[in-house]
Design a binder for this molecule. Structure first.
Ligand code: SAM
Length: 275
């Protein structure tokens, strides 16, 4: 199966996907709940009978909700943004710019207005384009030669848009704090996947502190549903809060020379589960 991706985002889960899929299948549960859904890299690729995508970040919710409701608007504006960007780059004769530049942003807004496209769809496309033009979605500067790669990233998103739209159309989308979400969905039919924010980083709009991790630990120990949590075992306080994991696995680091990182060390992930 072709791997589907919509945006660059810290912590995307391509390498772990087959392990997550295997856990879900082993659980025998019907509903897959992606508690910290982020870029949707898990929800977009998991084969499940029923998927609930959740995140607390309203920008992400906007993107997925608008893809669900008005996919044609999102596709149209993304494509126009890419066209404009390409023509600007040709004029400049270089690949120097990063993030979404004001000309592209204005152009997307104008195109949206011309077609009477709702403001929230326009905002989603500006957010998505901006995410895809920054390194790993973290808002850091691309090295100049990476610009081309970023453009082909968005073109690939456009190529995959039908698949993205079809997947998202079947989701239940939630915009809740993990505590409320678990309360709402926990039952014998459910499998939860937890990919909490990394402690000690400010990569996300919304971050976690030790108190959140402790609450998460308390919550998962009383679940009726089955769950898998994957987390960096070296992050501060993780073992102290969650105990010894079922196992720790190393994965090839997906960030590589094309992201300006030479020989990245493998990533370690601790697995916690009640399967
Ligand atoms: C490690 S990222 C998830 C990455 C995701 N698995 C992916 O494939 O892109 C953690 C996510 O948790 C979200 N988040 C932070 N605090 C939250 C909370 N209290 N409840 C729900 N989601 C939260 C962040 O917005 C972020 O998108």
């Amino acid at each position: 199966m072709e791997y589907i991706r919509l945006m660059k985002y810290p912590g995307s889960k391509k390498a772990l996907l087959s392990d997550i899929q295997a856990s879900y299948l082993k659980s025998g549960r019907r509903t897959f709940v992606d508690v910290f859904g982020g870029s949707g890299s898990v929800s977009l690729n998991i084969e499940s009978r029923y998927t609930v995508y959740n995140d607390l970040n309203p920008d992400l919710i906007n993107v997925f909700t608008n893809i669900q409701k008005r996919p044609e608007n999102i596709y149209f504006l993304l494509k126009e943004g890419v066209k404009k960007r390409r023509s600007l780059l040709e004029e400049e004769g270089s690949w120097k710019k990063r993030t979404i530049d004001p000309e592209v942003e204005d152009f997307i807004k104008i195109k949206g207005r011309e077609r009477g496209i709702p403001e929230k769809d326009v905002e989603s496309v500006i957010f998505l384009t901006g995410m895809n033009l920054t390194f790993g979605g973290m808002g850091n500067t691309y090295a100049t030669k990476k610009e081309k790669a970023a453009m082909s990233y968005i073109s690939k998103t456009l190529d995959q848009f039908d698949m993205i739209k079809n997947r998202v159309s079947r989701w239940k989308i939630e915009n809740m704090d993990f505590r409320d979400l678990v309360k709402k969905y926990d039952d014998r039919n459910v499998f939860f996947y937890f990919d909490p924010p990394y402690s000690g980083t400010d990569w996300y709009e919304i971050n976690f502190d030790a108190g959140d991790f402790r609450e998460l630990s308390r919550l998962i120990s009383g679940l009726e549903g089955k769950y898998l949590m994957t987390i960096d075992p070296d992050a501060e306080g993780i073992m102290e809060i969650f105990g010894i994991p079922v196992h720790i696995k190393e994965y090839r680091n997906e960030n590589g020379p094309s992201d300006g990182i030479a020989n990245p060390p493998p990533r370690k992930r601790a697995f916690y589960t009640n399967l």
